[in-house]
Design a protein around this ligand. Structure first.
Ligand code: CTP
Length: 410
């Protein structure tokens, strides 16, 4: 909930400005008040009338509005808010922010404020990847500006890649993580989920039976406690958790790269069923039948993502939670796995077909910590997730507000 909070929303001039309308609705639904500010370019994409109708407040547009200066100068305007949100944050706005330019109302407010700032970048993929934008991004992060997105995907300009503005609910989650009042507010958590697919050739792959249901439920439970969640998922059947920053991957190697890119986090929950091996000799073209001759597949071991993160000497999350999918001697195997992988906790479950857990709606887990094994009663995956999220919140202690050098890259 954001009851009693005031967001100063700066709408930049990009095609994603239309999503700002939905963002205003979602923020107001949660009890926040929204003071809208539009750049001149933003007015080319959405009308001030729609913005003010949804916000229930007038739109601020002009730096040199004497009437407003008499009532409430732009300095005050920037300070009455609990958070400044820039959505969409265009390449131009990011550039102005990074270099300290103040030549219109939006950039002046951003210079004049001492309130935390969150930006949701949106631009063409080439503009996002341009060294100038990446330089500006690091400067802004160094200045303590928080960032949500951008996501990868199809863009309005017809290209594909990172640059698409985060969905309104993802931006709301990032705002709630900073301003909400849950026990995980201000915490950033990584959750891996689902199976991985390891290609044999362009049409065939090796997979496993993970549905991703437990990972999605954990992400949802963490979001409900106010956490900001980065959800790295393989090709899973389960719905993606609303409000999380979702990163879709296919292979174990892609999952490892996405996990490393998501750090630093306060906790990592590794619920994915990562394939242990990939086909080293994966073919670039479809393997054809050849008169009864059988194909021979060579395997290579995949990186162990959990062990890799647990063993980081720099940037290891303060709490690392692994899972253990076992069919025999669950507690003994999972206890050994905890030591072998170097994680803090292991959530062990019996995935023998008779339990119906893998791909099912229930789970029966044993939590293995340094103190020993704790069997939890069989319950829905949502209930197991709720309990685990509360344990994580308890282990991390009371929430800390993001500091000026947190510089997250969500
Ligand atoms: N895991 C990982 N990277 C891998 C394999 C597993 O991060 N390449 C993580 C899983 O996400 C899970 C934990 O390690 O949190 C244990 O996964 P599991 O499949 O039970 O263990 P394995 O390492 O595969 O061991 P084994 O197959 O020998 O039981």
């Amino acid at each position: 909930m954001l009851r009693g909070k005031r967001i100063l929303l700066i709408i930049g001039g990009g095609i994603a400005a239309y999503k700002a309308l939905e963002l205003i609705r979602r923020l107001r639904e949660r009890g926040a008040a929204v003071t809208p500010v539009m750049t001149g370019a933003a007015e080319q994409f959405v009308t001030p009338l729609s913005v003010s109708a949804l916000a229930g407040e007038e739109v601020h547009r002009d730096l040199f509005d004497l009437t407003k200066e008499a009532e409430m100068g732009h300095i005050q305007l920037s300070r009455v808010a609990d958070l400044l949100v820039v959505a969409p944050a265009t390449a131009d706005l990011m550039g102005k922010m990074a270099t300290g330019r103040a030549d219109d109302l939006a950039s002046t407010l951003l210079m004049a404020t001492d309130t935390p700032v969150l930006i949701a970048p949106a631009m063409n993929v080439r503009m996002w990847e341009h060294p100038a934008t990446q330089r500006n991004l690091s400067v802004l992060q160094g200045d303590g500006v928080a960032v949500v997105g951008p996501n990868a995907g199809d863009m309005a300009c017809g290209e594909h890649g990172p640059g698409r503005m985060s969905e309104p609910l993802e931006i709301v989650a990032a705002i709630e993580a900073r301003l909400g009042d849950g026990p995980m507010t201000g915490r950033r958590v990584l959750v891996t989920s689902g199976p991985t697919h390891e290609p044999i050739d362009p049409v065939r792959y090796i997979a496993n039976r993970s549905s991703g249901a437990q990972g999605t439920a954990i992400a949802q439970a963490l979001l409900r406690l106010g956490a900001e969640v980065v959800f790295v998922t393989g090709p899973a059947d389960a719905a993606r958790p609303e409000g999380a920053q979702v990163v879709e991957v296919e292979t174990a190697q892609e999952m490892r790269d996405a996990v490393m890119a998501a750090l630093p986090v306060d906790a990592g929950v590794f619920a994915a069923a990562v394939a242990d091996w990939r086909v080293a000799s994966a073919s670039d073209s479809k393997i054809k039948k050849r008169n009864g001759a059988l194909p021979v597949l060579d395997f290579a071991e995949n990186p162990d993502i959990l062990a890799g993160v647990s063993g980081l000497s720099k940037g290891r999350p303060p709490l690392v939670v692994g899972f253990a999918a076992e069919t025999d001697d669950v507690v003994a195997n999972a206890t050994a796995k905890r030591a072998r992988k170097g994680c803090d906790w292991i959530v062990a479950n019996d995935v023998s077909p008779s339990t119906g857990i893998m791909g099912g709606t229930e789970n029966a887990v044993t939590l293995i910590t340094a103190e020993g094994a704790e069997a939890w009663p069989r319950a829905s995956k949502a209930e197991v997730a709720r309990r685990l999220a509360e344990r994580i919140a308890g282990a991390l202690g009371s929430a800390r507000k993001p500091g000026p050098r947190d510089g997250d890259t969500s």
